[in-house]
Design a protein around this ligand. Sequence first.
Ligand code: ADP
Length: 483
Amino acid sequence: MKLTDTSLLKQQCYINGEWTDADTGQTFAVENPATGEVLAHVPSAGADETRRAIDAARLAQPAWRARTAGERAKILRRWHELLLANQEDLAQLMTAEQGKPLVESRGEIAYAASFIEWFAEEGKRIYGDIIPPHHADKRVLVTKEPIGVCVAITPWNFPSAMITRKAGPALAAGCAMVLKPAEATPLSALALAELAERAGVPKGIFSVVTGDARAIGGEMCANPTVRKLTFTGSTEVGRILMQQCAPTIKKLSLELGGNAPFIVFDDANLDIAVQGAMASKYRNAGQTCVCANRLLIQDGIYDAFVEKLAAAVSALQVGNGADDGVTQGPLIDDAAIAKVEELVDDAREKGARVVCGGKRHALGRTYYQPTILSNVTPAMRLAREEVFGPVAPVFRFKTEAEAVAMANDTEFGLASYFYTENLARTMRVSSALEYGIIGVNTGLISTEVAPFGGMKSSGLGREGSKYGIEDYLEIKHVCIGGI
Ligand code: ADP
């Protein structure tokens, strides 16, 4: 790991503006998934440290809220600029702890920074309403106010962007936030805290607690001071957190699992579809919640599509993400590769054909070959479960109605994609798909300017865009009488 500014590598929690160890003094190791090298040790903090961070947030928030949105925006803009000024170091840290190719890490830092900039501006536009009253002697005012102390639990697949798209709107709105980053990728989170401090974010407004997920998460959910929990991760853990938040009725934002269909109709431009499938499926080695999980291809172009996709996949370079030219890094850990193997084996046993890949990569560790499976059917586990790896299962369909039914036949509803050159079909299918995000003739749908979030078991709430800040606000009605 080559850092120009070594003070970005932090090995302590950041609580109430102080760099601190766990009360027990215990730590855990952060490893590079590409090499197994131990990069750092960070504190194994638990409930007590979390409670202190929440208390500090409670004490700091009123003064932060009392500033004007413009004053908060100035600080957030500095944070944004510091992310960009340190883009290379932050990307090096990210690739080292997460494994994605450097070019993707650099892209994620720019994407992460974009949320801070966007919400710094959006915070200035938290408008209320004056509603025509129900009595002549009354006035009805509606204001939107920061919800208060927020907590965030984030995943390892986007170690920076999943944090900034929560912290950006929270801080812009006048809230304080305590964050628990994923165990695999705490270094990116701690570097963000260091830059927040340099930008002038006041102490207590943004704290980062690393350590035991259950202990930290348990305190975050149970603590009555916390008014909101925002989480990105698995549906399974989302359910647990929702239950744990029920006694204190916290507001929730949940970005959970997906099972994205990627539909290509006979009337699509095949080259554009293959390009989109590559971007959507193999980015981050298939480890994103919006990755195409099921490729649904219409009968007439099925063979041609598979052939073109195989040609594109053969150009992928597997290796250590820090090396030049690498386009696919390792999977995050042993459990991740074991799951990919299980799902591919299940499909193979039930009659899927391995077009390319289909096994671990010769590089060993958690490297998996970029894989395409054809003749995949709804009876296979891949139809229902998120593979979270570089495996493209290709299903066949005959009619538009069949494609829509297959696409919606899942408990999830995050991202979906379809390719067609027919305008009427574009309108019909985008209205029929039960998904929060739909990419039409594109495989890349994430941007700070648009709402990101899912339906059904994929979650609650939206992140990014003008809608994303609403999740951090309460609506207050002030009824003035006797006028
Ligand atoms: P993934 O499959 O992406 O690892 P998880 O839902 O397991 O998804 O993890 C996402 C985040 O949730 C991580 O920060 C992880 O530490 C945290 N997490 C996992 N289990 C719990 C739990 N019981 N309570 C609180 N946080 C948890």
